[in-house]
Design a protein around this ligand. Sequence first.
Ligand code: ATP
Ligand code: FE2
Length: 331
Amino acid sequence: MDNYFLGVESTAHTFGVAVVDWEGNILSNVSDSYTTDGGGMIPIEVRKHHKIVADELFERALKEAGIVETQIKVIAFSNAPGLAPCLLEGMDFVKKLAKRLDVPVVGINHCVAHLEIGDSVGANDPVMLYASGANTQIIAYESGKYRVFGETLDLGVGNFIDTFARYAGLGFPGGPKIQRLAEQCECKDLLIDLPYSIKGMDVAFSGLQTKLKNLYDKGIPLEDLSYSMQEVIFAMLVEATERALAHTGKKELLLGGGVACNSRLQEMCKIMCKERGVKFFCPDRSLLVDNAGMIGYLGLKMFKVGIFEKDLDKVDIAPRERTDEVNVLWK
Ligand code: ATP
Ligand code: FE2
């Protein structure tokens, strides 16, 4: 049967292509991310990156899945939310391909895709801690939509970590480097006093950023700063998430987003879940970070309930679409 779904991801630094079959098995999930050694992420440069890698990733995704392009029935792509230049590059690629193959397209909200991939690891009705670069939200399903119960009031937690890492000359992405430094901290019983900012289920990081930069300028070792920073920001996230679990009465926690790759954050979440009698779910790293597998996976669910577009002129990007604006018609 030629019922294969192509997923395409391009909301930010990562361009990805995946092949998913009719049963939801992810047969291939390949990607290439824009990185730097010293500076930050410039959207126009990222767009160029995506243009360069797109065709090769497409070929690789087909090859790994063992299919040819004429077996693709539908193309799902992340059309929201994200950086406009990156979204446009993805859409251009998808429209050309959809035209050539004469197949319909499904526009996917990237944040909702992070949530929906949770059922591939067994989460049915979770509270999700979505901790990525641009986004930090605590989300759960209620009456036809994914509601945002708590979120960052300023920066996404990953962007917060990356900003400090860049200030300290560590390059992009900073999260994995900060984690390694934190593990090397030799005085873990001495937590540096840092602002802990949580209001209800919302968190804020900007005061913490200023304080960390000051301490770095004063010569406090990066290992110690990284350790204390992680302890404080993750404690904030776990506290807010615990409140959302109490508020909704849900019994599952799902992690999503690149920052959820952090083993210390995972550990703190597991402890909280154990204490509350809540089941803990965390997808594999390849499905936590930005990836096309989750896009194809949600595309399949949407297509099966009739959500797709054949008229390519009606397909557009929505850089600012929020999680709770999406009508969840497939549940
Ligand atoms: P979204 O579009 O969903 O907001 P994103 O574009 O930020 O996602 P992701 O791949 O989900 O992309 O997340 C990238 C972020 O994850 C970066 O900020 C990076 O520093 C952070 N990150 C990756 N690994 C780790 C880690 N081990 N510890 C902490 N942060 C991490
Ligand atoms: Fe993401």
